[in-house]
Write a protein that binds this ligand. Sequence first.
Ligand code: HEM
Length: 287
Amino acid sequence: MDTGNKKETEKMQSPDSDLSEQIKEATKDSHVRAENTKLMLSYQRGQITLPQYKLLLFSLYEIYKALEEALDGNAAHPAVAPVYFPLELARLEHLEKDLEHFYGEHWRDRVIVPAATHRYTQRLRQIGREKPEYLVAHAYTRYLGDLSGGQVLGRITQKSLGLENGKGLSFFSFPAVSSPNRFKQLYRSRMNSIELTKEEKQGVLEEAVRAFELNIEVFDELRKILSFTENQGNALQKQMTASFKTQGGRPMAKSTVPALLASSRFLRLILGVCVALLTVGIGIYTF
Ligand code: HEM
């Protein structure tokens, strides 16, 4: 963790306050930055599209797989046990259900892992092996976020994409949590019961800032992949519109237009997959 984060978290923590208050304070600015990423802003405006949502689900699947494997593997660790709530919080099976809904039973063959998502999962696996006491920072960042702004995002997704009967929305649903607010209170009190040395506590606060940063990098990269594919698609559509008008000076039959647009969508998809594969390739090469 860089020294900038360290100074920031040290400055804000008072020695007596609880971990839950300190972590909220330490990540306040990061939360604002996460909310204001282009992807989250377009989400809040109700501009989320199905390809965006589907790509986001792939990244969330990879992140929760790494997070929940690390939590399961350290369930008895004294810094993990108090905040280990697999029944109430685990997201992996929910994400699998959503992915199967959108991609069919062979969805695993189609998972796309952008480089920033890969970095996030590498960090989760590393701390699962080397620093399990930092897992609370990651569990807090994701699960309390899912129970807070995440619930609003769930409603926006349902409306924007017109998804019926909760299909494809399982990620947002917490059937074993009857009141998110009460559950968050319980979670905070469990966080506060974890015994940590001063150094460990400092490390957890820095890790929480890092967790937000990793999320921001994932959103920024997804946004780049998506805007690239959308721009390519638009450019292609413009070219096609121009070619409709210039075909021997005569307008083309209307019925051919949808077919061409469909093929443009197909090309856009191919381009998207190429960019994603390239990004994954770079990610794997880097690590
Ligand atoms: C559209 C984006 C977002 C919106 C509108 C949003 C909104 C909110 C709101 C309203 C709360 C409740 C604050 C409270 O109960 O006092 C909250 C809490 C929280 N959010 Fe977000 N959020 C967004 C994105 C994120 C992201 C991307 C993350 C992390 C990856 C995140 C992590 C958290 C956490 C950890 C909390 C709990 C804070 C605490 O009580 O300690 N949020 N968010």
